[in-house]
Design a protein around this ligand. Structure first.
Ligand code: ADP
Ligand code: MG
Length: 185
């Protein structure tokens, strides 16, 4: 099934440090100055995401995960991206874009078993694009090919975003995102 990497809650920072050592072609880092810019950045990513993509959104409450997800959904052709809201209570929302878009929020989960019950394999292995907030909340296997976005609060209107493309496709996507954002920002 192509799932190799086991994410242990609490080890996330350690892994960021590891990635930082080989900060290379698969990484793109930027700062947004306001919510609208985060939304636009999300749209650019959504436009270039191929079917089957998996995006893990990581960052504390209010970091901008849902806002970025709205933008990504918009870039994927979801007509009213404003409808994209945090799926905390239903676990998953599905939207119709140029491919199905699944939006999950694992914040309230105690264990991963609940996600398996709602068809995790379908999200991960199907042709849709899966966006997962709080992907570090429970112990969960993430696909080898994926995008990780770490969002960090800098100040009231400023956020730092670090994009990591994992796997050969993930690396290419993030390289492309970096180039396009440099031109469009
Ligand atoms: P999360 O899903 O990570 O909890 P949300 O996307 O729901 O966060 O909320 C982010 C909040 O921060 C929104 O109220 C948004 O208006 C605000 N905000 C301020 N500046 C930014 C920025 N540069 N990028 C994203 N959100 C921002
Ligand atoms: Mg959210």
């Amino acid at each position: 099934m192509g799932i190799v990497w086991n994410l242990v809650p609490g080890n996330w920072n350690f892994r960021i440090a590891m990635d930082g050592e080989k900060r290379d072609k698969g990484t793109f880092e930027t700062t947004t100055e306001n919510p609208e810019e985060t939304l636009r950045l999300g749209r650019v990513l959504g436009e270039i995401l191929p079917p089957g993509s998996f995006v893990a959104l990581v960052g504390s409450l209010g970091a901008g995960k849902t806002l970025l997800a709205k933008g990504i959904a918009g870039g994927l052709g979801v007509e009213d991206e404003r409808e994209v809201t945090s799926p905390s209570f239903v676990l998953v929302n599905e939207y119709r874009g140029r491919v199905p878009v699944f939006h999950l929020d694992l914040y309230r989960l105690e264990t991963f078993a609940a996600v398996e019950g709602i068809g995790w394999d379908e999200f991960v292995c199907g042709p849709g694009v899966t966006l997962v907030e709080w992907a570090d909340k429970v112990e969960v296997d993430l696909p080898e090919e994926r995008i990780e976005v770490h969002l960090q609060w800098v100040s009231e209107e400023k956020r730092k975003l670090v994009f990591g493309g994992k796997g050969t496709t993930g690396e290419k996507i993030i390289a492309k995102l970096g180039n396009r954002w440099k031109r469009e920002k």
